[in-house]
Design a protein around this ligand. Structure first.
Ligand SMILES: Nc1nc2c(ncn2[C@@H]2O[C@H](COP(=O)(O)OP(=O)(O)OP(=O)(O)O)[C@@H](O)[C@H]2O)c(=O)[nH]1
Ligand SMILES: [Mg+2]
Length: 304
C-alpha cells in the first residue's frame, strides 16, 4: 500500500502523531501532497462543528476555549484547538500564554492543539489551516475551536469559515462596542460577556443586551466567567443549539460550500504568488501589467 494510503488509514484512528504527520505533509507541499489530498477528500466523514471565537485581545478567548475544551473532554469528546498565530511580538506572548493556559489539559490523546500562520500568502486564511480541519474530520474529532487574534481581517474571514461564530467581550469596553457595530457584531451568532466575576460586569452586560436587542436578528447574549467556570455549560448549550438550527435550515451546507470556495481561492493565491512578480517589471503600468497577465490566462483557459 502507498504511503499516502497508509497515512489515511492511520488517520482514521486519529492519533496525535498521525495528525501531525498529515499536517506536516501539507505544510511541506511536496509531490506527495496532491495525491494525499485527493485521498483525504474521498473519505466519508461526518462534518465536525467548527466554532470560531473572535474578539479584542485579552477578552478571554483562550481561557474560554480552555474551559470549553475541558468540559467537552470530560464528556469523552475529541477536541481540536487551532490558534491563528499572531505576527506581532505582543501577541506572540499571548500564544505562549495560550500554551500555559492549556497546559493542565495535556497530555491528552483527545486534545489536539496547533497554531497557524496569520494569513495565507496573499491574504485570507492559510490553506494549511483549512486543510487541517479536514484532517481532524477524518481523524474523528467532535469539535474544532478556532481562535483568532485581535479584530481585523482574519475575523471577517472566520465568519465565512466557522459554523458558529462566537464574539467574546469583556467588561469595560465602552466605546469599543460602538466600533464593533458596523461589523462582526451583526454576524456573530453568540455574544459572550466574559469576566462576569469583575465588579463592573453587570453594567457592561446590560449595555450589551440592550444593544443586541436592536439588531435585526438578535444574537444570544451569554454572560460567563472563564476563570470561575461560570455558565460554561450554558455557553456549550447555546453553541450546540445554534449548530443544530443551522443544520436543520441547511445553512451549514452553505457555509461549507463557501469554505471550500475560500480554500480554492487561498490555494490559487498561494500558487500564483511566485509567478505574479515574474510578470511585472518596473516601469510598467500596474493595471496594464495585471490585465495582460490575466488576459493571457483567460486565453489559455479558452484553449483548454
Ligand atoms: N477576571 C477574569 N479574568 C479573566 C477571565 N478570563 C480570562 N481572564 C484573564 O484575562 C487575560 C486574557 O485572557 P486570554 O484568555 O489570554 O484572552 P484572549 O482573548 O485569548 O487574548 P489574546 O489571545 O491576546 O487576544 C488573562 O490574564 C486571563 O487570566 C475571567 O473570566 N475573569
Ligand atoms: Mg488568546
Amino acid at each position: 500500500m502507498g504511503t499516502n494510503q497508509s497515512l489515511i488509514r492511520a488517520l482514521r484512528n486519529g492519533s496525535q502523531a498521525d495528525i501531525a504527520r498529515a499536517i506536516t505533509l501539507i505544510e511541506k507541499n511536496d509531490e506527495n501532497m496532491s495525491e494525499f489530498l485527493k485521498l483525504l477528500y474521498e473519505e466519508d466523514t461526518t462534518p465536525v462543528p467548527l466554532i470560531g471565537l473572535t474578539g479584542f485581545g485579552g477578552a478571554g478567548k483562550s481561557s474560554l476555549v480552555g474551559v470549553l475544551a475541558e468540559s467537552l473532554l470530560k464528556l469523552g469528546k475529541r477536541i481540536g484547538i487551532m490558534a491563528v498565530d499572531p505576527t506581532s511580538p505582543k501577541s506572540g506572548g499571548a500564544l505562549l500564554g495560550d500554551r500555559i493556559r492549556l497546559q493542565h489539559l495535556f497530555p491528552n490523546e483527545n486534545l489536539f492543539f496547533r497554531s497557524f500562520a496569520n494569513k495565507g500568502s496573499l491574504g485570507g486564511l492559510s490553506p494549511l489551516l483549512m486543510e487541517s480541519v479536514k484532517i481532524l474530520e477524518v481523524a474523528g474529532f467532535d469539535y474544532i475551536f478556532l481562535e483568532t487574534v485581535g479584530i481585523g481581517q482574519s475575523e471577517v474571514d472566520i465568519t465565512h469559515f466557522a459554523d458558529v461564530v462566537v464574539l467574546v467581550l469583556s467588561p469595560g469596553l465602552g466605546d469599543e462596542i460602538q466600533f464593533l457595530k458596523g461589523g462582526i457584531m451583526e454576524i456573530a451568532d453568540i455574544l459572550v460577556m466574559n469576566k462576569m466575576d469583575m465588579p463592573s460586569a453587570n453594567v457592561s452586560l446590560a449595555a450589551l443586551e440592550a444593544y443586541a436587542r436592536l439588531l435585526d436578528e438578535p444574537p444570544k447574549v451569554v454572560p460567563v466567567s472563564a476563570i470561575e467556570r461560570r455558565n460554561i455549560d450554558v455557553l456549550l448549550f447555546e453553541i450546540n443549539d445554534c449548530y443544530g438550527r443551522k443544520q436543520e435550515s441547511h445553512e451549514l451546507e452553505q457555509i461549507r460550500k463557501q469554505r471550500n470556495r475560500a480554500l480554492y481561492h487561498s490555494w490559487m493565491m498561494q500558487m500564483l504568488e511566485p509567478i505574479l512578480d515574474q510578470c511585472y517589471s518596473e516601469g510598467e503600468v500596474p493595471y496594464i501589467a495585471a490585465k495582460t497577465f490575466v488576459d493571457s490566462i483567460g486565453r489559455c483557459l479558452n484553449e483548454y
